[in-house]
Design a protein around this ligand. Structure first.
Ligand code: SAM
Length: 266
């Protein structure tokens, strides 16, 4: 048997933000290799599949990428539908390139199913558009992470060049990020907004200035955090000054109804 590997985006966490195509492949999957952050509710859709966790939690358990690549290529010899399930969109900060290169080399069929990336879920929860006509015309998705042996990370240039920057995997390095950006000339009063657990009932948002970034990051509770930087985040600073909404509805419903997500001021 020769199957196909589907690199599927699980979205930011909420099950109903999964695409119909992603749900279809999960339902007929024979085996699912999934990241650690993918919620159980989404894995339950793959009811007949064997589940293998291969995720890489920062600073914790890590399965070597080469081993994941090999597992994917080996699995198509036994299974028709092999799903590689990744948080958000598979093509952003998720080592899809390594997996695709390996599968191409081994002549294994693959298909990519996009997902909603964290930046877009965070923007939706805040009710803040990442672009704004006439003033915010560019958005950079970036990470400050650099693995040993990689070429230097030019993230500062990207963050300075774009009108809006969304920083992935940055909450743990908030101090260094703020210092580096301010030293490179970014005004310390630049608005920032942090969204933790975007799209989930546990979503929290914190807003303030670049100088306050370390303090805001310290208030996050250990969930994944997207950092928005730029004038567009000034809206969320205003939102943050408002009292929290008391509601039993989901964050999505609440944000839609009130035009704001649950937020805290700095
Ligand atoms: C390894 S990257 C994977 C990104 C993923 N491929 C995507 O498109 O969203 C993990 C980072 O994504 C961000 N992230 C993922 N899910 C998130 C969520 N629900 N809320 C906020 N940030 C999230 C965080 O910055 C986290 O550290």
């Amino acid at each position: 048997m020769t199957g196909t590997v589907y690199l599927v985006g699980a979205g930011p966490g909420a099950v109903d933000l999964l695409t119909l195509r992603a749900a279809k492949f999960l339902e007929c999957a024979d085996i699912v290799f999934h990241d650690a952050l993918v919620p159980q509710e989404i894995l339950l859709l793959a009811s007949k599949a064997k589940k293998v966790e291969v995720g890489k939690r920062s600073g914790q358990y890590s399965t070597a990428q080469n081993f994941i690549n090999k597992q994917l290529a080996d699995a198509v010899r036994k299974h028709k539908v092999v799903v590689r399930l990744k948080g958000g969109d598979p093509m952003l900060f998720d080592r899809a390139h390594e997996e695709i290169s390996y599968l191409r080399k081994k002549r294994v069929r693959f298909e990519v199913v996009p997902g909603i990336t964290a930046a877009l879920a965070a923007s939706a929860d805040l009710g803040v558009s990442l672009t704004r006509r006439g003033s915010a015309r560019s958005v950079a998705f970036l990470t400050t992470r650099t693995a040993p042996g990689e070429r230097p990370n030019e993230w500062i240039k990207a963050a300075l060049a774009a009108d809006t920057a969304v920083i992935y995997m940055g909450a743990g390095e908030a101090d260094a990020i703020a210092q580096a950006l301010i030293a490179a000339g970014k005004p310390s009063a630049t608005p920032v907004a942090l969204v933790e657990n975007a799209s989930l009932p546990t979503v929290r948002a914190f807003a303030g200035t670049l100088a306050q970034l370390p303090t805001l990051a310290a208030r996050c509770g250990g969930g994944p955090v997207a950092i928005l930087l730029g004038e567009v985040a000034r809206d969320s600073a205003i939102i943050a000054a408002w009292p929290n909404e008391q509601s039993s509805s989901s964050p999505t419903a609440r944000a839609t109804r009130t035009g704001r997500a649950r937020s805290s001021s700095s």
